[in-house]
Design a protein around this ligand. Sequence first.
Ligand SMILES: C[S@@+](CC[C@H](N)C(=O)[O-])C[C@H]1O[C@@H](n2cnc3c(N)ncnc32)[C@H](O)[C@@H]1O
Length: 240
Amino acid sequence: MTFKSTGLWILSILTALIAVVVVDRQSGSTLRLGNRMFHSMWTYLGPVMDECLAPTKAPLLSLAQGKVVEIGPGHGSNFKYFAKNKVTSLIAVEPNTLMHPKLVEQAKEYGLDQFEIVGAMWENSNLEEGSCDAIISNLVLCSVDNLYHTLDLVHKYLKPGGKFIFIEHVGHPNGTMWRTMQNLVTPLWKYVGDNCHLNRDVAPALAAMDGWKDVELKVGDMCGSFPLVNPKIYGYATKV
Ligand SMILES: C[S@@+](CC[C@H](N)C(=O)[O-])C[C@H]1O[C@@H](n2cnc3c(N)ncnc32)[C@H](O)[C@@H]1O
């Protein structure tokens, strides 16, 4: 990608984002624009991301067993990777109610009989402390309001020995050109992208936390996708 074409890409995106923000401000709707847009966009983009992430997802998500919770499962694209004889129940914490019908459909399709949707933000999900065998987060940590609080809750809700399984896009290293771009674009991007922060430092946040063992964290390319939504980290951590 040349410098000129990169500049044109960014200029086009910024113009589109500013137009959308202005229209939303004038609409007076109570439904968050990000929720509506994201639901529509994810109908098309979700399957594309799922396909390219499949080699990452399959081995990781098959580790989930017992009482499993997925944070922000969207349309339920991860359900097909669960080992049915190992996952005894699934709670989907998904605040965007537009996603719920598809979640129910996917749970039925993949034989997840013990299935429940909590229609709340993770931060307000009020799960029972120490009750979960596995908690999954896939492309969600970019969107939460407070990353550290979110990770604290993951730790709180897991049983000792329970696994946190994650696949996330994160910020480029500080000081790089693409990190600067992510810093510049994020204030507008998060408004239309359901609070998605392109420049989240998830790995350092995980590394700073006590109470985890057997941490496996790998860094990779996010499906060769647009550099603003790259790189990815993936792996798991076990609660001590
Ligand atoms: C990029 S989508 C990913 C969906 C799904 N995990 C996947 O990989 O296909 C982000 C999802 O996280 C949800 N989400 C955003 N903030 C959240 C929060 N604070 N708590 C729970 N879910 C959240 C959104 O509603 C959306 O469904």
